[in-house]
Design a protein around this ligand. Sequence first.
Ligand SMILES: NC(=O)c1ccc[n+]([C@@H]2O[C@H](COP(=O)([O-])OP(=O)(O)OC[C@H]3O[C@@H](n4cnc5c(N)ncnc54)[C@H](O)[C@@H]3O)[C@@H](O)[C@H]2O)c1
Length: 388
Amino acid sequence: MKEVIGIIGAGTMGAGIAQVAAQAGHQVILVDQNQAQLDLAKANLEIILNKLLSKEKITSDQKSSISSAIQYEINNTSLASCSLVIEAIVENLTIKHSVFSALQEIVSDTCILATNTSSLSIASIGSVLKNPSRIIGIHFFNPAPLMPLVEIIPAVQTSQKVIDNVMTLIGAWGKTAVLCKDTPGFIVNRVARPFYGEALRIFEEGIADFATIDWAMTTLGGFKMGPFTLMDYIGNDINYTVTESVFEAFYYDPRFKPSLTQMRYKEAGYLGRKSGKGFYDYSENAAPTKAKEDIDLGQEILDRILALLINEAVDAVFMQVSSVEGVDLAMTKGVNYPKGLLKWADEIGLNEILLRLEDLQLTYGEDRYRPNPLLRKMVKENLNFYPK
Ligand SMILES: NC(=O)c1ccc[n+]([C@@H]2O[C@H](COP(=O)([O-])OP(=O)(O)OC[C@H]3O[C@@H](n4cnc5c(N)ncnc54)[C@H](O)[C@@H]3O)[C@@H](O)[C@H]2O)c1
């Protein structure tokens, strides 16, 4: 029989992770301190499973075994039999500490304790445990049942056995598990920053408007959504906060500097789709915004944003946040980039990327554009990220 998996927090992420574990054949205990949230999670799962059934993605037997595999509980004491508990509650270190402190007294000594945090360090969360070698980050993406990527983040305290077990388990759930160092933003939320930040900067300088930048990144770059459409989709409040937290966590490195424009949109309540207006107007009678479809301008925009994204991907390898394959998998499976950034860099030519960055650094005199030392070294030695 498969192990029992516990999940604390039945919100957006917890409910999705519970579905993933139940679909993988586990018995799942889903805990939330709020009964209404548990009821909502149960009702939503029913809707999702009915949709999967009508699309013939699951059989009615599978539907009933997934539904009956999840037990909904209000109290953490019900988690005693679990071999893994994944915490997906509010993003607050003090509250997470109190949950983990109490949880370690409930579960067995061998139970792995995981957190789905997006922005807190795994080391800091694990510091309250008597045995911190069992803490690990298991970072799912939203929506968890659909997004293939899961970043696996050992803390400095985590044992190798815990890492191996979790990598195997998440792989068995049909997910792409990518190992990642316990650093701000992990892989995806770090490497993706220039997609938003440099697009905002290009707009602020008056080089192009939102629609033109989005057009360049989608039509010429092959990205599924342009940066401004995506920021509106994520929400300017959420997206700004992630950038700000990565910027602060990297001791104010200018590469991650948040944008005043986005701050003003957030302050104005122009949050994006959810508020009816963001960079674009989502009201019924809004006039469609037209891009200036100028190929030279579009290429300039794409080249600049892509050079910064690649520089960030190179930095993640240079600082051993993940491997070359890990970084490329993370960006293609976690945020649907059309190509791995390091593979893309090889195709464009590392020398060309270095030249673009040097040109930007010379033009602006800002550290934001400094080329990564690994990029310089690889150009000097005529190396590629993948075999030529
Ligand atoms: N939403 C995302 O896109 C996303 C993506 C990846 C990771 N995360 C991370 O996942 C975690 C959860 O995020 P979310 O968006 O699902 O939040 P959410 O607000 O949708 O859900 C949080 C749930 O936790 C419950 N809760 C809070 N304190 C609790 C406690 N002490 N015991 C039991 N239940 C408690 C709340 O009632 C709520 O139902 C956060 O750490 C977040 O950073 C979120």
